[in-house]
Design a protein around this ligand. Structure first.
Ligand SMILES: Nc1nc2c(ncn2[C@@H]2O[C@H](COP(=O)(O)OP(=O)(O)O)[C@@H](O)[C@H]2O)c(=O)[nH]1
Ligand SMILES: [Mg+2]
Length: 344
């Protein structure tokens, strides 16, 4: 891609937070100034939009009270599809941010991604997957993820359980806030072209490493100050439960250390990374020497054909590639204000 075209795309980029988790994560990106000219928020919950930072806000109206399933949200989105199209119409690059497994993110993220793509935008889906204990969310998270893969150029997964660690006593809201803080910090380091003396990776490398490369997975590892290899090794081990690390094709590594970081440390850290993945993985790196109390390795590894979340969909596990119906189930809108829950 030539430089002018890339500049044009970068200037017309947009982050869209979808559903409760998606709005929270996108707000955190906005707080961290992660690149993007525009921010937008879409949800069925007014409180999600009220809590989100400044941007275009679209309320998708379910038309009934009570708990919705993804199919209800899809039907509601269909009624407001023109609003969704309009929201993304100016963007040439759209980051769709959502939590998978609930009703809204699961249903709306693939719709927003598809509409953006149909209008010619490149689409990056950045999704948080349910904690291992959120069992009621597992099935839908698998379905939503699979569908996103068909409509987005890049699909970057954050495994909440992995990034939050095992802290069973911590309130869920605090766990989410902690993960969101890490995501905002990390994406700011990786994607935002920085002019403050850090050595960034930048958007172009991010897109190059993740577009059309199957699933990508985001992890982080921290260690004592100056223990660079340990931080990198922890980040790579973070992939273990989610994907098969030896399958990786590309890796974006960003190391935040103190001023003792040398070229040799980086070299050894990259050697460690390839020995844990495979020798042919393409590694691009960036670093900052402004870390103080700890060393942190941020990793986005790409090229995975499957993830542990595939096992969350037992039907697909049995059928493999023999898909019966690749279309998504959608509640039929019969137009009865008073009988909104009729579905077939
Ligand atoms: N990292 C992160 N994940 C979240 C957050 N909120 C919800 N999630 C995850 O997102 C998934 C969907 O939850 P939620 O966003 O509440 O559902 P929705 O509003 O129906 O889209 C769940 O599996 C949660 O694990 C958040 O603030 N941060
Ligand atoms: Mg919600």
């Amino acid at each position: 891609m030539d430089a002018t075209l890339f500049d044009y795309i970068e200037k017309r980029s947009m982050v869209v937070g979808v559903g409760s988790g998606g709005c929270r994560i996108a707000s955190q990106l906005q707080r961290f100034n992660v690149m993007a000219d525009q921010y937008a928020y879409i949800s069925c919950g007014e409180e999600d939009l009220a809590g989100a930072l400044r941007g275009d806000k679209l309320l998708v109206e379910l038309g009934f009270q009570g708990k919705a399933a993804p199919r209800d949200v899809r039907a509601a989105a269909r009624r407001q599809i023109k609003d969704i199209q309009k929201l993304v119409s100016n963007a040439r690059l759209v980051f769709v941010i959502a939590g998978m497994g609930g009703a809204e993110g699961t249903a709306l993220a693939p719709i927003v991604a598809k509409e953006a793509r149909d209008q010619g935008a490149a689409v990056v889906a950045f999704v948080a997957m349910p904690h291992s204990f959120e069992k009621n969310k597992h099935f839908y998270s698998a379905i939503g993820l699979k569908h996103l893969q068909t409509v987005a150029d890049s699909v970057v997964i954050v495994d909440n359980s992995e990034v939050a660690g095992t802290e069973p006593e911590t309130p869920l809201a605090d766990l989410y806030a902690m993960v969101n803080e890490k995501i905002g910090f990390a994406l700011n380091k990786i994607i935002t072209s920085s002019d403050n003396g850090d050595y960034p990776l930048g958007l172009r490398k991010f897109l190059g490493a993740t577009s059309g490369k199957g699933y990508s997975v985001f992890t982080m590892g921290t260690s004592e100050p100056s223990s660079f290899e340990e931080a990198v090794s922890r980040a790579v081990r973070g992939l273990n439960g989610c994907v098969e690390p030896t399958e990786a094709k590309e890796a974006l590594l960003y190391v935040v250390g103190d001023t003792s970081l040398t070229a040799r440390h980086l070299d050894e850290s990259i050697g460690m990374l390839t020995s844990m993945m495979n020798q042919t993985v393409g590694v691009q790196y960036g670093f900052s020497t402004r870390g103080k109390d700890s060393t942190m390795a941020i990793l986005i590894a790409s090229g995975f054909s499957k993830t542990k979340f595939d096992h969350y969909d037992p039907i697909a596990e049995i059928l493999g590639d023999r898909i019966i119906d690749s279309g998504q189930e959608e509640a039929v809108d019969l137009g009865f204000e008073t009988f909104p829950s009729i579905e077939i």
